[in-house]
Design a protein around this ligand. Structure first.
Ligand code: AMP
Length: 249
């Protein structure tokens, strides 16, 4: 069985994101980029399924600029077998990515697609859900455990009231939550091996998908600065302030 893992190149999670002075987005010039952390968890999960003998092939896919090749090489170093870059300089919004992935599902016929639950630079949290809808596949989002067998996936997910367990008929779409696993450290020998693994490049036109943006970003701004706290002399003053000044937001 094949597993398809979409991986996105995003601003590294250690970078302090800066809003561009013109408010037209965040500054990505000279900023360190890496694989979206939830996608690392997705690749790790797919590779573990292969190591357990459940999956036979893990295919990593990324849609974006040429440099997304580096993200794919990281996926190959974690253990994916081959990679596909869907190269585009467009601002690829979740619906466009979901359409591209749907076209790849038609071509590759994977039994499982494991995505991150969200890309950390804009927290859209939409692509997996849109993909499942477009492809007409069952979905389990925010997975904290995935067990695959007998044409089914059993997925545990954390919900407000506790843990929920879903049983899905394969093929299916799963999105990862932080607790699913801890991705392995990528070793130098595996980085070297990854350079020799196949990486195919396609264009959105090859998949017959129009990726032009449907949403227009109007403005991006810094969050409001938090005002400084105050020290109170005693509990009585605190209680008084809570009563008269504190607001429910
Ligand atoms: P989002 O809906 O943008 O928050 O992204 C959710 C997940 O969809 C990510 O964690 C990735 O697994 C996948 N994804 C989103 N955009 C891309 C992309 N350009 N290329 C590959 N995968 C993507």
């Amino acid at each position: 069985m094949k597993i398809l893992v979409p991986v996105k190149r995003v601003i590294d999670y250690n970078v302090k994101v800066r809003v561009r002075p013109d408010g037209a987005g965040v500054d990505i010039a000279n900023v360190r980029m890496s694989m979206n952390p939830f996608d690392e968890i997705a690749v790790e999960e797919a590779v573990r399924q292969k190591e357990a003998g459940v999956a036979t092939e893990v295919i990593a896919v990324s849609a974006g600029v040429t440099q997304a090749q580096e993200t794919l090489r990281t996926a190959l170093a974690i253990g994916a077998d081959r990679a596909i870059l869907i190269e585009s300089n467009e601002d690829l919004q979740p619906l466009a990515v979901a359409k591209l992935l749907k076209a790849l599902i038609d071509r590759e016929q994977p039994s499982l697609v494991i995505l991150g639950k969200q890309a950390i630079h804009d927290d859209s949290n939409q692509t997996g859900q849109m993909l499942a809808a477009l492809a007409g596949l069952p979905q389990a989002t925010f997975a904290s455990k995935v067990v695959v067998g007998d044409g089914m996936a059993t997925v545990s997910r954390e919900v407000d009231g506790g843990a929920e367990t879903l049983s899905l008929k394969l093929p299916a779409v799963v999105t990862t939550d932080l607790r699913l696993n801890e991705p392995r450290y990528v070793t130098l020998p595996n980085i070297m091996k990854a350079k020799k693994k196949p990486l195919e490049t396609l264009k959105p036109e090859d998949l017959g998908v129009d990726v032009s943006p449907r949403l227009k970003m109007l403005k991006v701004g810094e969050p409001p600065k938090r005002s400084a706290g105050v020290k109170v002399a005693d509990v009585k003053t605190l209680a008084e302030k809570l009563k008269t000044e504190a607001k429910v937001l």
